[in-house]
Design a protein around this ligand. Sequence first.
Ligand code: HSE
Length: 309
Amino acid sequence: MNEIKIFVPATIANVSCGFDVLGLCLDTVGDEMTIRKTSQKGITISKIIGQDLPLDPTKNVAGVAALALLEKVDIDYGFDIEILKNIKLGSGIGSSAASAAGAVFGINEILGKPFSLEALIPFAMAGEKLASGTAHADNVAPALLGGFTLVRSYQPLDVIKIHTPKELYATVIHPQIEIKTRDARSVVKKQISLETAVKQLGNLGGLISGLYTENYELISNSLHDELVEPYRSILIPEFETIKKASSENGALGSGISGSGPSIFALSKGIENAKKVALGMKEVYRNTGIDFDIHVSKINELGIKVLAFK
Ligand code: HSE
């Protein structure tokens, strides 16, 4: 294989109660990337369409992730990367993660898959570190593995794929304001009380159990965040109104997608997820803020190969 074209999905990190550890993969929104072998060693980024991003591979998350992978292989050729960026920067649905995960996935495919998907996660995390200052894995892991993923441990890295209930759908509203993950992380409190930790632990355990047993009521009861939502939600216009509307329209729960400003809701069944989307639209219609809305099933596959030669 000399060239591969892939679809790299957007992702929702945290999923309310799993700050920095839980993430899920979306299906209907994502970037397209083309990666091809070059005779010259190293990484080049020849084209980025859709967003204004650096082509210098040492300043670009896709380039940094790709270079981290290349350090571990002994080859006398290199790779060129082209990105069609549909996921907007600072949207909270894993824009940087998609670039980083896509780059290492594509290169690994061309190399004949010397690395497992799990083994690609640390390379992609190097890209996340460039973007936000922290090598969090809760977007790159679901982009690479698909479905829901849990970072059981960062040191050593241990990522687990979690069961996805068949009827679970996500609705995401992206208000067109940019919140940088780096900034959103700076408002989060570094210390929490034991009482807060107990609540969060109960909800995370409940959500994981609910996902495995496909218990939608338990999923609904567990979608709460005590750690970051109270501090970050003030950065997002109409956050509480969107949450209220989602719940009135039958969503199982809702919260900030990653570091925001996107807000997600989970629903049982696509019809309910569409109803939640209409409710969100109604809230945002009169704010004067542009927005996108996506309804998506949970993508259990992750990155998809579109073509290769
Ligand atoms: N867990 C990260 C954060 C995700 O909330 O900062 C960023 O998309």
